[in-house]
Design a binder for this molecule. Structure first.
Ligand code: PLP
Length: 383
């Protein structure tokens, strides 16, 4: 039986042709293709917002927090059940990550826990849409409104995801940040997109993504053809996306719906084929909403015939790659020590962590691959 990896990018001839065209255009860094990707991404989300292309989602989260004024002494509330970059960018700004537990029904940040963690120093909330299922954004935006907090969505999994019928990225937060990392629902190899309705946030992110160089000054002199002149107005970063990467993104964005439908079919197959086994299936969307299905994460019951670790090993032995999302931040030595965290502060995340297994779900999988995964899970859990 062939090996089925946990994840694979879905790159076809159209991506290769567009990347080749970018390479032949003589413009390989940020240029016309980046601009087009930003425009088409904003249009995909329904327009009325600005999209800023970056070389990672981590960069986008960093710039979004900076642009809304997060700095030394501030607290930003996010969840322990996420990827390390979310907390890392908070500390890079001199602010403190305040980690809270998840809602076990959705595996997303628990709004009650957010409310309980608000202090006079709280500046922002950073929810994450786990696996591509929308977090409780209505409640989170209400809490933010009551306490005058900024909301930056870690939307790395949430393309395309809807919350009460509206696409994540078009909600009333201050910004949302998508990832184009290799295993995400669309990829540019490495890349990300910050989207916002606030022109000031977009303008600041555009300056800070390229060394703090003011575009206004740049464009002003450009139009006079004396393009050697520029002004550094802030201590910025090197976070821009290349046109070579954007070329890939332009085609991936056009194929996004088709790729999502394939993942949704795999999720439906898993829901159907895994019913009745000693496991909790992946959290589905709220009725009427769309799920990006970046992850299909099951939780094994404590009375399952295999431990979680034993299950992953047995899947691997049968040629099927699995993963765990996430080893929560409170389990990592750096965060545990620097933020003084313990397992019993996050009972839902801790329990989920001990039971979670992410099954393969990506558009290049055949239906027969998904059937094989489901049959193997069934086999292992009914021994
Ligand atoms: C992938 C991911 C990121 C980081 O994305 P990059 O583009 O690799 O920087 C951040 N948060 C979550 C939840 C992710 O899954």
């Amino acid at each position: 039986m062939h090996n089925l990896p946990f994840a694979l990018p879905d790159i076809g001839p159209a991506e290769i042709a567009e990347v080749t065209a970018a390479l032949q255009s003589d413009w390989v860094t940020s240029g016309p293709r980046v601009k087009r990707l930003e425009e088409e991404f904003a249009a995909f989300l329904g327009g009325g917002l600005e999209a800023v292309a970056l070389n990672s989602a981590t960069a986008g989260l960093h710039l979004a927090l900076e642009a809304v004024g997060v700095g030394p002494g501030d607290e930003v509330i996010t969840t322990t059940h996420t990827f390390t970059s979310a907390a890392q960018v908070i500390t890079q700004l001199g602010a403190k990550p305040v980690l809270v537990d998840i809602d076990p029904a959705t595996l997303c940040i628990d709004p009650d826990a957010i409310e309980a963690a608000v202090t006079p120093r709280t500046k922002a909330i950073m929810p994450m849409h786990y696996g591509g299922r929308a977090a409780a954004m209505n409640r989170i935006l209400q809490i933010a409104g009551r306490h005058n907090l900024r909301v930056i969505e870690d939307a790395a999994h949430a393309l395309p995801t809807t919350h009460r019928g509206e696409l994540v990225g078009s909600l009333r937060s201050d910004a949302a940040v998508f990832s184009f990392y290799a295993n995400k629902t669309m990829t540019t190899g490495e890349g990300g997109m910050l989207v916002t309705r606030d022109p000031a946030v977009a303008a600041r992110a555009r300056i800070m993504r390229l060394h703090g160089i003011s575009r206004d000054a740049f464009d002003r002199y450009n139009s006079r053809r004396t393009n050697w002149h520029y002004e550094v107005v802030a201590p910025g970063h090197k976070y821009n996306l290349t046109d070579v990467a954007a070329a890939m993104g332009l085609v991936q964005l056009r194929r996004l719906r088709e790729m999502q439908q394939k993942r949704a079919r795999i999720a439906a197959l898993y829901d159907r084929e895994l019913a009745g086994l000693p496991l909790v299936p992946a959290p589905g969307p709220e009725a009427g909403d769309e799920h990006a299905w970046h992850l299909y994460a099951i939780r094994l019951h404590p009375d399952a015939p295999l431990s979680r670790d034993g299950f992953i090993e047995s899947m691997h032995a049968r040629g099927i790659g699995c993963s765990v999302h996430y080893i929560p931040l409170h389990r990592h030595p750096h965060w545990r020590q620097s933020l003084d965290l313990r397992d019993d502060m996050f009972p839902h995340s801790q329990r989920a962590y001990e039971q979670l297994v992410s099954l393969p779900i990506y558009s290049r999988m055949e239906e027969s691959d998904a059937e094989r995964v489901a049959a193997t899970v069934r086999d292992l859990l009914t021994e």
